[in-house]
Design a protein around this ligand. Structure first.
Ligand SMILES: Cc1cc2nc3c(=O)[nH]c(=O)nc-3n(C[C@H](O)[C@H](O)[C@H](O)COP(=O)(O)OP(=O)(O)OC[C@H]3O[C@@H](n4cnc5c(N)ncnc54)[C@H](O)[C@@H]3O)c2cc1C
Length: 560
């Protein structure tokens, strides 16, 4: 058993930023992460991070706020969006002072490029490896801060004293065995859940564990039905080609060579919002103007120099995984599941409805992305709300003392449940269920949705949950570095989160942002300008709703 004032679960950008800040406020901080910190999915972010620095054109935080609200299809909470956009520039300069090397303008300022639906060139970047650079910079700061990192510890469940969160249980991957981790404040920063879909841009570890831990403990999840599909992913494996490729001037063409986006978004073209571009691509493909299930991302006119300087990593990905050199020929791309707008319901300081529990980053829903996130806003969210949540947790601990009682039996209960999983010798293999889930989600809860498809998906998810409950077989019976065991546990989380996502999607009889219902094609503000809350109810999903916070911008027609 270990104990800290503040325990952060997750060591991506949000988790590390939160840990650094809590430590600055004098808290004794521990970080629990199933991966080594620099292997977190944040490191795969390519395109960049938004902030209204105004280095490449007229810009200010108000403009950033407005375009984020519009991009969210008016579902984002405007007070939270304003916080992110106003504080963003300060966080970028702080990252720079910590050592982040951003790409530069001719006169030496931080370079910024346009991203979809942003309204101004606002995305700061380090070539096309921005996440990699930021993750390493924050890791350096984490090491410097003296925070204790329990890497390759897999968090299993929240521990509560009936009222407040008092820690987590975790499986030590390297040595085997359950550890109790006691804390006065727990911050969830466990990232997204894209792996529940076939052909995703997300890393293997993006399985929604933290959201499901919170849900099972009775904390509501918000807006779970909103899953973003990124317009440019490689057909073979879903690997992302950054939006920066279009930001730098790339074209999307159909099989006839036409730049089709202007038929759908006459003003913004390729730089319309992601939901709009993904739907347009899928329509082209469905209507027979695709190329082998894809459309073409054409960068050839940018020239070798620009591609090598600004999109070097993307060129390598295209050559390695699609066998195409973008200097010479267009890259076949298709929409792929990419980012989850929903998550653990929090306020702008990361508080959840459970005392002692906080959340930040992709696993949280503040909500700043509403029904559709703008490219570049997620990295910004991780640092702004990671910082705020770390500060809030440390200050709350200082004000309120140590919190509740961590029952010593918690670790024993977790140990027995893992023992049961390892002892089981007959049943299905987890990867079979995982693949069936990924197919069902992609086919029926994807870019275009209908009641029929969603009901079929819900039935499938329920069937898979039953099969999972009956027991799956972990073939590796060892305790040391048992990835087979971990994947079986992750599957449980994905099934629960898929249920929350699909249940919310069935109920929402409108089209808004990334949630596009063919049977309800219009946005319906009267009925649906509200957040969905998904509660745990004896293993099932119970929905409730909450109004959206509107401060300045009344919902208007959204066109690009
Ligand atoms: C390919 C790709 C490119 C992207 N590009 C951009 C971009 O250019 N700009 C942008 O703004 N956004 C981008 N995004 C989105 C953005 O990168 C992510 O939303 C963001 O980095 C998430 O950060 P995070 O800290 O919340 O989670 P992550 O970085 O995913 O970290 C999650 C952490 O939680 C830990 N964890 C998870 N479960 C457990 C558990 N059970 N026990 C212990 N630890 C656990 C993991 O070990 C990991 O350390 C991109 C996403 C992808 C997939």
């Amino acid at each position: 058993m270990v104990r800290h004032d503040v325990v952060v679960v997750g060591a991506g950008l949000a988790g590390m930023r939160a840990a650094i800040e809590a430590s600055r406020y004098g808290a004794d901080v521990g970080v629990v992460s199933k991966l080594h910190p620099t292997r977190s999915h944040s490191g795969a972010a390519e395109g960049g991070i938004n902030a209204a620095l105004g280095n490449a054109g007229e810009d200010d935080p108000q403009q950033h706020t407005f375009f984020t609200v519009k991009g969210s299809d008016y579902l984002g909470d405007q007070d939270a969006i304003a916080v992110m956009c106003e504080e963003g520039p300060g966080d970028i300069y702080e990252l720079e002072h910590m050592g982040a090397i951003f790409s530069r303008t001719e006169d030496g300022r931080i370079a910024q490029r346009p991203f979809g639906a942003g309204g101004a060139p606002r995305t700061c970047y380090a070539a096309d490896i921005t996440g990699h650079v930021l993750l390493h910079v924050l890791y350096e700061q984490l090491v410097k801060s003296g925070v204790t990192v329990y890497e390759e510890w897999f968090a299993l469940d929240l521990v509560t004293d009936g009222e407040r969160c008092v820690g987590v249980t975790a499986w030590d991957l390297v040595r085997g065995g359950v550890q109790g981790v006691e804390a006065s404040a727990v911050i969830m920063a466990t990232g997204g859940l894209g792996r529940m879909y076939r052909g995703t841009t997300n890393a293997y570890a993006c399985t929604g564990d933290g959201m499901s831990m919170a849900w099972r403990a009775g904390v509501p999840l918000k807006d779970m039905e909103f899953m973003q599909f990124h317009p440019t992913t490689l057909k073979s494996n879903g690997v992302l080609i950054t939006e920066g490729a279009r930001g730098e001037g790339g074209y999307l063409r159909n099989s006839e060579g036409e730049r089709f986006m202007f038929n759908y978004a006459p003003n913004a073209g390729e730089l319309a919002s992601r939901d709009v571009v993904s739907r347009s691509e899928q329509t082209e493909i469905d209507e027979g103007r695709g190329v082998d299930g894809c459309v073409l991302l054409d960068l050839t006119h940018l020239g070798a120099k620009r591609i090598n300087e600004r999109l070097h990593g993307s060129r390598e990905l295209a050559m390695d995984y699609a066998g195409v050199d973008p200097i010479e020929e267009p890259i076949p791309v298709r929409p792929g599941s990419h980012y989850h707008m929903g998550g653990i319901d929090t306020d702008v300081w990361g508080h959840t409805l459970m005392p002692g529990l906080y959340a930040a980053g992709e696993c949280a829903c503040v909500s700043v992305h509403g029904a559709n996130r703008l490219g570049g806003n997620s990295l910004l969210e991780t640092v702004v709300f990671g910082r705020r949540t770390g500060a809030a947790a440390a200050q709350d601990v200082r004000r309120n003392g140590t919190g509740g009682v961590f029952s010593p039996s918690a670790a024993g209960i977790a140990e027995r449940s893992i023992g049961r999983l390892l002892d089981k010798n007959d049943g299905e293999r987890p990867h079979v269920l995982r693949q069936e889930l990924a197919d069902a989600m992609y086919d029926n809860a994807g870019i275009f949705r209908t009641a029929e498809g969603l009901e079929a998906c819900k039935a499938k998810v329920e069937e898979l949950r039953e099969r999972y409950e009956r027991g799956v077989v972990v073939q590796d019976k060892g305790r040391d570095f048992n990835t087979d065991l971990i994947q079986a546990i992750e599957l449980g989380s994905m099934l629960e989160m898929a249920d929350c996502l699909v249940t919310g999607a069935i109920a929402r009889t409108e089209s808004r942002g990334a949630h596009s219902r063919l049977d309800y094609p219009e946005r319906d503000d009267e009925a649906w300008l509200r957040h969905t809350l998904a509660f745990y109810d004896e293993g099932q999903v119970r929905l409730d709703y909450r109004p959206v916070t509107i401060t300045e911008y009344e919902p208007a027609v959204r066109s690009y």
